[in-house]
Design a protein around this ligand. Structure first.
Ligand SMILES: C[S@@+](CC[C@H](N)C(=O)[O-])C[C@H]1O[C@@H](n2cnc3c(N)ncnc32)[C@H](O)[C@@H]1O
Length: 261
């Protein structure tokens, strides 16, 4: 019989996340959020169950994304998780051997209550910071920076890559997961999100004055490579994994800040 995550994958042969930490072994049994609570991530719980996400239709999406990131070396690394939300990826990094994890998000409904509760429950310490990463004054640089599901929420994608580079150690890695445009083109293009045109995603003009909520630009593959090159980062797309196969308009890029740049 297919397990719930196999059903989500659509096949049975893919490996489970390589980490043996119990954090990666939650079942599909869900715990309803309490009144007034909002959970984005279907967070694994130490008793084997998981929180029911109040914003996402299918539990297990985060695990699939995490599987796609398996070859990124986190052992002993300092990690920054931008837009950490309820902390699935922050805690996953800590459970995978990161030396330190800093989780940053805006002052949104469940922040930082949800991530702090999960961090305590799992005894996986993460440092939480609140603010817009574009203007946040970081006191250190990081070995690995996660920017997952954030890029298209930013008004200035160019300054964003500049900032990501600035806060990454030389030799460090930036991981960007993003919505892509569905428009195929060989040249670098960004599709605008719109409320009036049938674009890949809505703009959400009603939230334009709240940082990090509206959608702005959806890049194509060439645009992502070009963005990286503009700021002297190497870039590769992670493909051939269950996550990007299942969600073909999402992509994951690994950008590296190499020595001498
Ligand atoms: C779509 S959710 C992605 C959450 C998580 N990273 C993931 O991939 O599942 C976007 C998150 O990024 C946060 N965010 C958006 N813009 C941000 C910014 N400029 N600085 C910090 N956090 C931001 C939002 O508050 C939200 O929690």
């Amino acid at each position: 019989m297919l397990s719930w995550i196999d059903r989500l994958r659509g096949k049975t042969s893919s490996p489970m996340p390589s980490s043996q930490h119990p954090y990666f072994r939650a079942t599909s049994e869900e715990v309803e959020a309490g009144p007034g609570e909002c959970w984005h991530h279907a967070m694994p719980l130490p008793d084997g169950r998981r929180m029911k996400s109040t914003t996402m239709p299918s539990a297990g999406v985060q695990e699939l994304m995490w599987e796609a990131l398996q070859h990124i070396d986190l052992d002993g690394k300092s990690v920054l998780d931008i837009g950490a939300a309820d902390g699935f990826f922050s805690l996953a990094a800590k459970a995978s051997g990161a030396a330190s994890v800093t989780a940053l998000d805006l002052n949104y409904f469940g922040w930082p209550k949800n991530i702090s509760a999960m961090s305590d429950a799992w005894n996986l310490p993460v440092l939480t910071k609140t603010g817009d990463f574009m203007t946040y004054e970081f006191e250190e640089k990081f070995d690995v920076v996660f920017c997952l599901g954030v890029l298209y929420h930013l008004e200035n994608v160019f300054l964003a890559i500049r900032k990501l580079r600035e806060i990454t150690n030389i030799g460090g890695t930036i991981v960007i997961e993003t919505q892509m445009t569905a428009i195929k083109h060989d040249l670098p293009i960004f599709e605008s999100a719109s409320d009036t045109f049938l674009t890949t995603g809505r703009h959400g003009k009603e939230s334009v004055d709240s940082v990090g909520v509206s959608n702005y630009l959806f890049p194509n593959h060439a645009a992502m490579l070009n963005l990286a090159d503009m700021y002297d980062l190497s870039a590769e797309a992670l493909d051939g994994n269950v996550y990007t196969n299942r969600f073909p308009t999402r992509a994951i890029y690994v950008m590296r800040r190499t020595a001498g740049t």
